[in-house]
Design a protein around this ligand. Structure first.
Ligand code: FEO
Ligand code: CA
Ligand code: CA
Length: 694
């Protein structure tokens, strides 16, 4: 039974992707209101059919499936809840639920209907608890959260703001415990500080915001009777990384003149990480974190290279440049070149210096997900989340070593310093005339085609080599968007998270939306981005040639074209559309242990709050999409982790609705009326103690 769309809720008409103006302002610096940064005249998919590999031949070539160790499989099953238990928060369902027994293994739950409830809504028979909230003390000596008397020092010992990516790592020897790592993408000052004056932030407020950005590592403990998960404060592995923590810059651009500043004439030490969105877990036990909309923190730029990254010519929203000149490009021109990287963090060594990997390029990294080649070399996928920007792959030339000795860990921490960075170019296999921009399928029944990974530069121990005419290797790694422009990469509809299936090896790319596609002089619809004014986004399925992660050729097809299933412009891998959940704006993706893809959304345009969905990728139920939860008002669903007995989500920016303030909140989640709204991590589990969705 289809879940009817609610009649309540009015998606924003003026703010792309259904987001409130406040989200656009604080999260991505109003990216959608600025000119499209990619004004290169790259050809689009429909222009380049000739010379392409036949998708059919590639599919035949991929018949032998080799499955590399995928980072997505690195999550660890928690404690098995023993016996039935009462959920901490009552599980509720809305609308007429589908039969829980229906669905692929792992997806047999009653779908949650679209809704606008100010709560996390989960399927019938499921329970939930808040694992950790913004401001909870995690380090020894950190005080209890007091939003009326917050200080930078308190915040630096407490869980940060706006949790996004989540990783759960094993903690051998500590029963029922795992190590949670979270990104803190950005701050919502209006919802953090009573009486916040955006034109005149105080030093205290700015320094609290610096401490609320970054990463948290915190040990969590599972309840033995339920799936409940709670934080363990003051554990020796608990750690905060903020906007002022020292980082080591590594890889081919480390020490480059482009990265030298007055505070760091070596070009190898940066302070802090900003706007960490999604990430990945490596097979060698570290985590990767994408620095995304870093541009919004830097003021007063006038350079062409900065324009391609959307760095503003005037003051910034948060006015940090008033308190530290490194955020003023006019005074410290190279500081901005030290952000926009993939960060690697070793959560098992609280004394370690986190790293910024220049070999993976500099752009608005949404995430970074790792798999291994058959001979043990890591391959990292990463999307550049901007309208009309590209997605990339890095193939290391070094093999991962096994073991836990310091020498082995040090070797593995260097794996992402040497190798080749590629950008994706996609070619459709249908005549361009059949891609009319409405989402109507072409006559061959699929949006599909072939693609190639175009090499941009190779880093070796002896130096780096550029593969882009007119650019040095250093320039490729620091101005990677410009390198993509020059080689004719394919302009995509906001490439977000990318995840290889641990079961089939196929790779899934979430493309959130692009309301500017086909508008004015912007690139028009093509087979890989087939809708003009694309409000709802799509998910691309990519098969590397021979199913080898290091291949330079691939086949692709659109797995989902999102929206209301009643809209003829939607597609659910060919599954009948009368029995799927509506979905809009796919963002973060993850796999469960059965090979089902889970998709979280950001900016749903269908009148419902954002949510988390599971969809089968194989068999007769391929394409059957079922909503698992929804998040509170104004929130985005982030960081999904799907374990056998627990689902974890990061509820980011709850209450972020235009006009909302501390005094006039739009949401009171998670603690109810009278309490400040707080981003938080939530665990969801089956109340009867059984596995999720079986
Ligand atoms: Fe931070 Fe692209 O989402
Ligand atoms: Ca086609
Ligand atoms: Ca995201």
């Amino acid at each position: 039974m289809r879940k009817l769309l609610p009649l309540i809720g009015t998606p924003s008409q003026s703010h792309p992707g259904g987001r409130s103006a406040m989200t656009c302002r604080f999260r991505c610096g109003d990216a959608c209101f600025h000119e499209v940064p990619n004004t290169s005249d790259n050809e689009y998919v429909g222009d380049v059919i000739a010379g392409a590999l036949s998708r059919r031949s590639m599919m035949r070539a991929a018949a032998v499936v080799t499955v590399a160790g995928a980072a997505g499989a690195a999550s660890v099953a928690g404690a098995r809840p023993a016996g039935a238990a009462t959920p901490e928060a009552s599980a509720a369902s809305y609308g007429k639920p589908s039969a829980p027994s229906k669905g692929a293994r792992g997806l047999r739950y009653s779908s949650v209907a679209p809704n606008t409830t100010d709560a996390v809504t989960v399927p019938d028979g499921y329970g939930q608890n808040v694992v950790i909230r913004w401001g909870e003390p995690i380090l020894r000596g950190a005080p209890a959260f007091d939003p009326e008397n917050q200080t930078p020092a308190a915040q630096a010992g407490q869980f940060g703001y706006n949790n996004d990516f989540l990783a759960l790592l094993p903690l051998p020897g500590e029963r029922n415990r795992q190590l949670l790592v979270a990104n803190h993408e950005y701050t919502d000052e209006i919802l953090m500080f009573r009486g916040y004056d955006a034109a005149n932030p105080t030093r205290q407020q700015v320094e609290i915001a610096w401490a609320a950005h970054g990463l948290s590592a915190v040990v969590v403990e599972g309840d033995r009777k339920t799936g409940k998960l709670v934080a363990v404060p003051r554990h020796p592995l608990n750690r905060r990384v903020t906007a002022t923590t020292e980082f080591r810059i590594t890889g081919p651009a480390a020490g480059s003149a482009l990265l030298k500043t007055s505070a760091d004439p070596t070009g190898t030490k940066a302070l802090g990480t900003l706007n960490n969105c999604s990430g990945g877990t490596t097979p060698w036990g570290t985590t990767l974190h994408g620095e995304e909309n870093f541009n919004q923190y830097f003021a007063n730029s006038s350079r062409a290279t900065d324009k391609r990254y959307g760095i503003g010519t005037g003051a910034t929203e948060r006015k940090w440049e008033r308190f530290d000149k490194r955020f003023d490009v006019a005074q410290e021109p190279n500081e901005v070149h030290r952000f926009g990287y993939v960060v690697e963090f070793d959560p098992y060594d609280p004394a370690s210096t986190p790293r910024k990997h220049t070999a993976l390029g500099r752009f608005k990294h949404e995430a970074a997900t790792v798999r291994l080649t058959c001979d043990g070399r890591p391959v990292v996928y990463s999307g550049d989340d901007e309208r009309f920007d590209y997605f990339y792959k890095f193939v290391s030339s070094k093999r991962m070593k096994h073991g836990t000795s310091r020498a082995v860990r040090e070797h593995n921490l260097s794996l992402l310093d040497e190798g080749t960075l590629y950008v994706a170019k996609l070619t459709g296999d249908s005549p361009a005339i059949e891609i009319d921009g409405t989402g109507k399928l072409p006559s061959d029944g699929e949006f599909d085609g072939s693609g190639e990974w175009i090499p941009l530069a190779t880093a070796t121990a002896k130096g780096a080599v550029s593969h882009v005419e007119g650019m040095t290797a250093e320039e490729v790694f620091v101005f990677t968007r410009l390198a993509g422009d020059k080689v004719g990469a394919t302009k995509m509809d906001r490439p977000e998270d990318i995840e290889p299936s641990p079961v089939t090896g196929k790779v899934y790319v979430a493309l959130t939306n692009n309301s500017n596609r086909g508008v004015g002089t912007n690139a028009k619809a093509d087979e890989a981005n087939p809708r003009n004014a694309n409000k709802h986004g799509h998910v691309l399925e990519l098969t590397e040639r021979w199913n080898q992660p290091e291949s330079t050729k691939f086949a692709w097809s659109l797995f989902l074209v999102a929206g209301d299933p009643d809209d003829p412009a939607t597609y659910f891998a060919g599954f009948p559309k009368d029995d799927v959940s509506p979905i809009s704006c796919p963002d973060n993706v993850a796999f469960d242990p059965y090979g089902n893809l889970w998709i979280s959304t950001d900016g749903a345009q269908l009148g419902s709050h954002d949510g988390l969905f599971g969809v089968a990728t194989r068999g007769a139920r391929r394409g059957e999409l079922k909503q698992f939860l929804t998040v509170p008002k104004g929130a985005e669903t982030c960081g999904p982790i799907i374990q056998e007995r627990r689902v974890l989500v990061a509820v980011q920016h709850p209450g972020e609705i235009d006009g909302a303030t501390v005094e006039k909140p739009a949401s009171t989640w998670p603690d109810g009326p009278g309490k400040i709204v707080r981003p938080a991590v939530v665990a969801v589990w089956r109340a009867d103690g059984d596995d999720i969705g079986v």
